[in-house]
Ligand binder design. Structure first.
Ligand code: GRF
Length: 212
């Protein structure tokens, strides 16, 4: 049975990373199936996009729920769909600890900078790219990492660099990074699906391809 993936998106997420993962699975580039997309709000453009690609969607809103109840609903949905890997893609909240623990080493996230720089609470979208520009750094990039109980601190799986160019605005830098995000996320999911990731403390070892 191919690896079963759920993707979690937030409120207004456009879902370009989600779409990249779904496409890679549907085109056979990755031996896995996205079986569920969960959003926090019904209006999320990402949910519409997932439905157009034939992927089942659900809305589980944390609003008016305690953390425990929200976690329970997520766990129930993931369990019912027999999900093995959870991918956060523009999911702006801290994933409840109960979910992180139940899926330890099986939840990934993508961040639009080279962690451990420019991460943490409040560092998303424009804030990240502005901070990179203000720092004077000549490179930026993206990071796919396993998720732990904190923002952006889990073991790093894949990173890709882009140059910061003369005249960049946060928008031009974000666009250059986003192109790499799609490739990096697909690469990380593919490595996971092939059983080639081994976590050892803070390091994620990438094992050689298994002989076919
Ligand atoms: C991406 O930049 C990702 O790194 C961050 O949120 C953004 C989501 O974009 N976590 P999209 O919804 O995948 O297009």
């Amino acid at each position: 049975m191919p690896l079963r993936i759920a993707i979690l998106v937030s409120g207004h997420g456009r879902g370009s990373n989600m779409a990249a993962i779904i496409d890679a699975c549907q085109h056979g580039e990755v031996d896995a199936e996205v079986v569920l997309v969960i959003g926090t709000r019904r209006e999320a453009p990402a949910l519409q996009r997932a439905a157009e690609k034939g992927v089942p969607t659900r809305v589980i809103s944390p609003r008016n729920l305690g953390e425990e109840e929200y976690a329970l609903r997520l766990l129930r949905a993931l369990g019912e769909a027999q999900v093995h890997l959870v991918c956060l893609a523009g999911y702006m909240r801290l994933l409840p600890v109960a979910v992180v623990q139940a899926y330890a080493g099986r939840v990934m996230n993508i961040h639009p900078a080279l962690l451990p720089l420019f991460g943490g609470k409040g560092m998303y979208g424009e804030h990240v790219h502005q901070a990179v520009l203000e720092s004077g750094l000549k490179v930026s990039g993206c990071t796919v990492h396993f998720v732990d109980e904190h923002y952006d601190t889990g073991p790093i799986i894949v990173q890709r660099c882009v140059p910061v160019e003369e005249g960049d605005t946060w928008q031009t830098l974000a666009a250059r990074v986003l192109e790499q995000e799609h490739q990096a996320y697909v690469q990380a999911v593919k490595l996971f699906a092939e059983g080639r990731l081994r976590i050892e403390g803070r390091r994620v070892h990438i094992l050689p391809p298994k002989p076919s």
